[in-house]
Ligand binder design. Structure first.
Ligand code: 5GP
Ligand code: ZN
Length: 112
């Protein structure tokens, strides 16, 4: 199986890593949609949030905690948004769970 984010985790594909824990890694989105746009991923391959939550809820919690740590580290004191697109209708393009951390400007709601 070839997976872009597994390639980044393995160090085979370059990325700007901003935060790491034993089981998570966070790197800047290549195509930022906001002044801060970071992707937080589990180091192990899970297709989406539902798959990870079902397999290992504690691990899902670690991903969420890492996202909060990234927001704190990035200084998003005015607020931020966590997004995890799931499936085609949501526009998921990389099928390795990732939580988008978006902030640094006022964000409109609801998204498209
Ligand atoms: P999705 O659409 O699956 O929710 O989000 C995938 C995200 O991955 C997009 O925001 C896209 O810009 C980002 N992305 C795609 N390819 C790369 C890459 O090679 N490196 C990084 N850092 N981000 C990528
Ligand atoms: Zn993967």
């Amino acid at each position: 199986m070839s997976c872009l984010f597994c390639g980044i985790i393995a160090g085979e594909i370059p990325a700007t890593v901003v935060h790491e824990t034993e089981r998570t890694i966070a790197f800047r989105d290549l195509n930022p949609g906001a002044p801060t746009h970071v992707l937080v991923v589990p180091r192990d391959h899970f297709a989406d949030a539902a798959e990870l939550a079902e397999a290992d809820p504690a691990y899902a919690g670690e991903v969420l905690a890492a996202a909060a740590a990234v927001a704190r580290q990035e200084g998003l004191t005015g607020g931020y948004r966590l997004v995890t697109n799931t499936g085609d209708d949501a526009g998921q393009t990389v099928h390795h769970l990732h939580v988008h951390v978006l902030g640094g400007r006022a964000l409109s709601w609801p998204p498209g």
